[in-house]
Design a protein around this ligand. Structure first.
Ligand code: FAD
Length: 420
């Protein structure tokens, strides 16, 4: 760390995709920035997600409100969502709000705000990856969502039609075996139908993509320090914490700690009702006779199969548990045989699954704003199911806020003050 830039203009706390993108945007606008993490960049949720830049996700991920899904989840029989019952009391405030915001009317209202971010996700990526080697990881081939019965396929089509007519999302429907096998040649004939979202981009290696952004940040003069962000303190006009060896000080601080952000905001007087949805992955070798080239979800069982640099990545749905609870990859083990019946998978590569934490807000909107009551302290977290998608646009908007510039979209729906 160079002594000449300390104090920095900005310290960004958390080097996931949101923090790296924010630091890169600030540094590229000439703002002396230091990125802080307790580990190397990109090893949190941003490491092992399904790797889709979800241009289609204008409708944020709502809570299923039907009795059957709620009952099977509580009984531990739903592989798409699982709950540690011991965590339930602490999660009740989150679930109560999430339930409310997930009614069709409220969900559609939230989507109107959410779409303003999603609509800019691809442009923001193009802007941030320019001059890097990241383009090789992006495959603009769309994604598919599969449904095992006519009723759920019809409901998904209605939802997709709504997204198409209100937000211009490009969709089409695969309604018979031939159409499905044209898209995914070696899939078994199990789905009633699939929705195809054409504008989504799959990323063959999300960690390598983040590393390219981090390298650009460093080339532009940005710096990185390992430190525990929870030690952040304010003294006079500056924020400070102890880095690797030095004291790091900056005029502004940006909290981009993903699922761990509420632990720090509490210290500054803001209690965030975040719900953490854990997810797992493992990889399988590609079968050379029957490779998988498309990315698709099995909506009933809540998993995604996607080709990645390591092999075929299988990612799971949501698991609610205490923040520090040990991994319990039951859903993963339950869906593996289901996935194997759906598409040929080679040998399993890792014995121990990877686990990541999706930082979810009960109203399904991330926080991109100032911290109420604290000058020059900023929030960039709560991106839930779409943090990979929204990292770069969040970076652009945070840089606007820090620099006192007018953001290109209305940020009122994303204000932290809605929880204060
Ligand atoms: C299984 C799964 C699949 C997903 N698929 C997709 C997808 O296809 N598309 C998509 O858009 N999103 C997807 N997501 C969501 C996405 O991964 C997250 O929303 C996103 O990674 C959050 O990024 P972040 O930067 O906010 O948090 P993180 O990547 O978790 O980064 C937070 C950083 O804070 C650091 N940190 C924490 N505590 C401290 C501390 N005390 N001191 C210092 N540093 C600290 C961590 O080390 C970490 O580097 C998926 C998530 C999962 C789990």
């Amino acid at each position: 760390m160079s002594a000449k830039t300390n104090p920095y203009d900005v310290m960004v706390l958390g080097a996931g995709i949101v923090g790296v993108s924010s630091a890169l945007e600030l540094q590229s606008r000439g703002i002396a920035t230091i990125l802080v993490d307790q580990q190397s960049p990109g090893l949190g949720a941003s490491f092992g997600n399904s790797g889709v830049i979800q241009r289609e996700a204008v409708m944020p991920y709502a809570m299923p409100r039907d009795f059957k899904t709620l009952f099977t989840t509580l009984m531990g029989q739903n592989t798409a969502a699982r709950l540690h019952l011991t965590a339930l009391p602490g999660l009740l405030p989150f679930f109560a709000r999430y339930w409310w915001y997930s009614s069709q009317e409220n969900h559609r209202k939230q989507a109107t705000s959410y779409a303003t971010l999603i609509e800019r996700c691809v442009d923001a990526y193009e802007h941030q990856i320019s001059g890097t080697g990241a383009k090789q990881y992006l495959k603009p081939q769309g994604i598919l969502a599969g449904f095992r019965d006519d009723k759920s396929f019809r409901a998904a089509k209605d939802e997709a039609e709504y997204a198409a007519s209100h937000f211009g999302i490009k969709t089409s429907y695969l309604e018979n075996e031939t159409a499905i096998q044209q898209a995914i040649p070696h899939i078994k004939n199990i789905f009633s139908g699939m929705v195809r979202y054409h504008d989504s981009i799959t990323v063959s290696d999300p960690h390598a993509l983040l590393t390219e952004l981090f390298k650009k940040f460093k080339i532009l003069g940005g710096e990185f320090a390992k430190a525990n962000a929870f030690a952040l303190a304010r003294a006079g006009e500056t924020y400070s914490l102890i880095g690797d060896s030095d004291l790091v000080t900056a005029k502004h601080a940006v909290i981009a700690l993903g699922a761990h952000a509420p632990e720090l905001t509490r210290k500054f007087g803001l209690k965030i009702p975040m719900g953490i949805k854990r997810g797992y992955h493992v990889h399988f070798e590609q079968d050379p006779q029957a490779p998988l080239e498309a990315t698709f979800a099995d909506e009933k069982y809540g998993f995604v199969l996607t080709p990645k640099a390591e092999g075929i990545r299988l990612t799971t749905g949501a698991e609610f548990a205490g923040l520090l609870a040990a991994p319990t990859p039951k859903q993963l083990e339950q869906v593996i045989p289901i996935a194997q019946k759906l598409h040929p998978l080679g040998a399993r590569i890792e014995k121990t699954p990877w686990m990541g934490l999706r930082p979810c807000m009960p109203d399904m909107l991330p926080i991109i704003s100032n911290m109420p009551g604290h000058d020059n302290l900023w929030c960039a977290f709560g991106h839930g199911h779409q943090g990979l998608t929204l990292g770069p646009i969040t970076g652009v908007l945070i840089a606007d806020l820090v620099m006192g510039q007018q953001p290109s979209i209305d940020l009122a729906p994303f204000a932290a003050s809605r929880f204060s």
